[in-house]
Design a binder for this molecule. Sequence first.
Ligand code: KG4
Ligand code: ZN
Length: 347
Amino acid sequence: MSEKGRFILGIETSCDETAAAIVKDGTTIVSNVVASQIESHKRFGGVVPEIASRHHVEEITLVVEEALRQAEVTMEEIDAIAVTEGPGLVGALLIGVNAAKAIAFAHGKPLVGVHHIAGHIYANRLVKELTFPLVSLVVSGGHTELVYMKEHGHFKVIGETRDDAAGEAYDKVARTLKLPYPGGPHIDRLAQVGSPSIDLPRAWLEEGSYDFSFSGLKSAVINTLHNAKQKGQQILPEDVAASFQASVIDVLVEKTKRATLEYGVKQVLLAGGVAANKGLRARLEETFHEMPDVDLVIPPLFLCTDNAAMIAAVGTVMFEKGYRSGLDLNGNPGLDIEATNKLFTCE
Ligand code: KG4
Ligand code: ZN
């Protein structure tokens, strides 16, 4: 470690953003470069894996160089390279993993493979120091989970979606309303001006369960639109958006609140792309305002969507705990976040 501090280079290519960042001491962003591919995937209504891989190949070197340049840090001053190992699109993950391995090998630096969702959770540490135990509501395009953490680097999934992820449900409902991809921000915008006047289901599941389910809600929205069309009735898209959003938020916030009470946590973190949702942010703030003993942390929008600063942040903790990946590191699309817990037992 240089006298300036511990610098970790983070690399993220799990989906449709090619990103590199440098984080100092696990808490301070020194540079954070993201090349988004959204424009290339928009006309297909979703991420096309082959196109994503091709863009990552074209961008990765430029993005890493730019992260170093903006940080005014040399490769010699970097303590380790952290890279998203999984989950994600396998072809996309491989570009980041191979770039990280090449850099680690060429410069003789330690390599640390990290879990993408652990990254989303650690985006919060770039805002505020974590206090344990904590619970994190992770809501992204591919994941909806409640993760309990008793200490740094230790993750326990206490609830997860049984079908669609929250972001996926947003994107599918948006497509039904003929809104562009990614649909989440469009539904959010419409929901602000609509009225939640349509009665839609809330999937609470069994008593005490922290799991989620959004596919029934998605079908209910499609049926409502279909029935209205058959009867020649007009339904305002903003009312559909507001009603859908109210149903999603009711369940997400209520389950987070219950987990907070049951597990006696000190801090609640919001993570993932859907954390950008204005309605969700406002409702969480309202709810936890009434629980002053619990510290609610909501990251700024640029840290909610995919970025590499969050990968460097979790990579720092794993590096400090002594975890190292070998040069045989592979992209792992099905990587389990709880597997991370076992990595430290050999310390
Ligand atoms: O975490 P993320 O950037 O990528 C994954 O790892 O999945 O999340 C992307 C998801 C998309 O489904 C997008 O529609 C959703 O986050 N999203 C939103 C909002 N902004 C992005 N969903 C609801 N409201 C938003 N404002
Ligand atoms: Zn993500």
